[in-house]
Design a protein around this ligand. Structure first.
Ligand SMILES: Cc1cc2nc3c(=O)[nH]c(=O)nc-3n(C[C@H](O)[C@H](O)[C@H](O)COP(=O)(O)OP(=O)(O)OC[C@H]3O[C@@H](n4cnc5c(N)ncnc54)[C@H](O)[C@@H]3O)c2cc1C
Length: 454
């Protein structure tokens, strides 16, 4: 039976799309087409008071509430069957105070919006590697990307936030105001309120020397053995994620490499002048392709967007990794050679350097001693391949688990309630107490959910 949302459209100023409306299917679609949720309504909130009104409406009418930022969540946690989606995509205004090096970013902005706006002022914020990802989910989970070793996680650059709490109250938070809430927002996911504005510290990075250096798949063991020793000892300025990939059948890749499975490292270094470390990295082994070139950061940071448009099937998992012993390298080589489809991939994001110099309990992100955040992603446009994507991802990540730290990254999982406690690790109990203070009824529960516990 259809859930009634009578009165919702007049309760909020923004557009409301109800089940059955002509644009309902477009409106409910998520980035991951493997997830097919049918909410009762989607409210496109335009400001904080709209978010508060939608929250109150949802609570009063007994609707389960989901909050959607960029809609990129693997498990589809930006939506909910039969409930109310608070969509933030209209709230993406960005103000950059170049003098103070601060960007104030609407809670529904995408990474590419932030990259473009800050770039115009010769600045940037370290974010994830794909421009269409939402700032909201990425930041609240942590945020790892090309510049993590140099500039820290996205949360390490969060200075303040405006939050609509579950009861509709609006609060400002930073290290002085509501400090426990501010602590929890930095890694605790969407559990604590709807963030309508993030203030980020910006850094003077405009151009990067970046690109993939690709090797024959047969060189996996040699490359990964070298990489695991080389990168942690390299200066923070150099970032580089190890990857298995299939060369996309499109420029700028040379035709003779199209659709060839390869291993490689996607390197990033701020500035145009090649550092000694990058020079050394590029000279390792026998690369088949060296795609490193100077380019504006937003270009590099959106370079994979066309390869991964919305609407593909995704099944993914993550693992935090401190060491890559030889036995693990053998596992990687086996599964890297068995990528189930050409868009499937495995990345090891380097998250040491600046990110590892923050204490484990300084923010809710509790994996500061990890060197890598690994992601195993089965991806394909064809729903018929969903089973194969899942099987490869689950067996690869299970095979790596003995060499991983346990737990998981809030942002690299499907909807996996059994793993939630591990995602927050040693910080879980403190997060549960903060949840009890700010959302005692667990109104915001469509996320990697922390049960309130006083
Ligand atoms: C192609 C792709 C590339 C990615 N690359 C990276 C990467 O490089 N680095 C990385 O760290 N992660 C990466 N991710 C993972 C990404 O961080 C998560 O998928 C994240 O959940 C996306 O956030 P979103 O706002 O787009 O998602 P949504 O599905 O909209 O939301 C995800 C969760 O966050 C909550 N949420 C979102 N916005 C808010 C808000 N403003 N206030 C309160 N709660 C909110 C939602 O309720 C939901 O629980 C990538 C994901 C994809 C699909």
């Amino acid at each position: 039976m259809a859930v009634s949302v009578e009165g919702l459209a007049s309760a909020v100023k923004g557009r409301v799309v109800e089940a059955g409306a002509p644009d309902y299917d477009d409106s409910r679609a998520l980035y991951n087409a493997m997830i097919d949720k049918r909410p009762a309504a989607i409210a496109y909130c335009v400001d904080e008071s709209d978010v508060a009104a939608a929250l109150r409406y949802g609570i009063e009418h007994g609707l389960t509430i989901a909050v959607r930022g960029g809609g990129h969540n693997g498990g589809g946690l930006g939506s909910v069957d039969g409930g109310l989606v608070i969509d933030l995509s209209q709230m993406k205004a960005i103000e950059v105070d170049a003098g103070a090096r601060v960007a104030r970013v609407g809670g529904g902005a995408l990474l590419k919006d932030v990259l473009e706006a800050t770039h115009q002022h010769g600045l940037t914020v370290p974010v994830g590697i794909i421009g269409t990802t939402g700032v909201g989910g990425l930041t609240l989970g942590g945020g790892m990307g090309h510049l993590t070793r140099a500039l820290g996680l996205t949360i390490d650059n969060l200075l303040a936030a405006t939050v609509v709490l579950a009861d509709g109250t609006v609060v400002q938070t930073d290290s002085e105001r509501e400090p426990e809430l501010f602590w929890a927002l930095r890694g605790g996911g969407g559990n604590f309120g709807v963030v309508t504005s993030f203030s980020f510290r910006c850094h003077p990075v405009t151009t990067v020397l970046a690109g993939p250096v690709l090797y024959d798949l047969e060189d996996t063991a040699e490359l990964l053995t070298w990489y695991r020793d080389f990168l942690p000892a390299a200066p923070d300025e150099l970032g580089g994620f190890f990857a298995f990939m299939t060369v996309p059948p499109a420029p700028p890749f040379p035709e003779e490499l199209h659709m060839r499975k390869m291993c490689g490292v996607a390197w990033t270094q701020a500035g145009e002048e090649e550092s000694d470390a990058l020079r050394e990295a590029r000279s390792f082994g026998k690369p088949v392709l060296d795609g490193i070139a100077p380019m504006p950061l937003p270009v590099w940071n959106t370079a994979f967007d066309a390869l991964y448009p919305p609407g593909d099937q995704w099944y993914w998992r993550g693992e935090f990794i401190r060491e890559i012993p030889d036995e693990a390298i053998a596992v990687h080589a086996e599964y890297g050679a068995a990528l189930p489809t050409w868009k499937s991939t495995m990345h090891l994001y380097a998250i040491d350097g600046a990110a590892s110099r923050v204490a484990n309990d300084a923010t809710a992100w509790s994996y500061r001693d990890a060197i890598w955040g690994g992601v195993f992603a089965g991806v394909d446009p064809d729903p018929a391949n969903a089973g194969a994507l899942r099987e490869w991802c689950v067996s690869y990540s299970d095979a790596i688990k003995p060499y991983a730290m346990g737990g998981g990254y809030v942002n690299f999982h499907m909807d996996e309630p059994d793993r939630v406690r591990g995602m927050y690790g040693a910080n879980y109990d403190r997060l549960a107490r903060i949840k009890a203070q700010y959302d005692p009824d667990n109104v915001l529960r469509i996320n990697q959910n922390i049960a309130p516990s006083a």
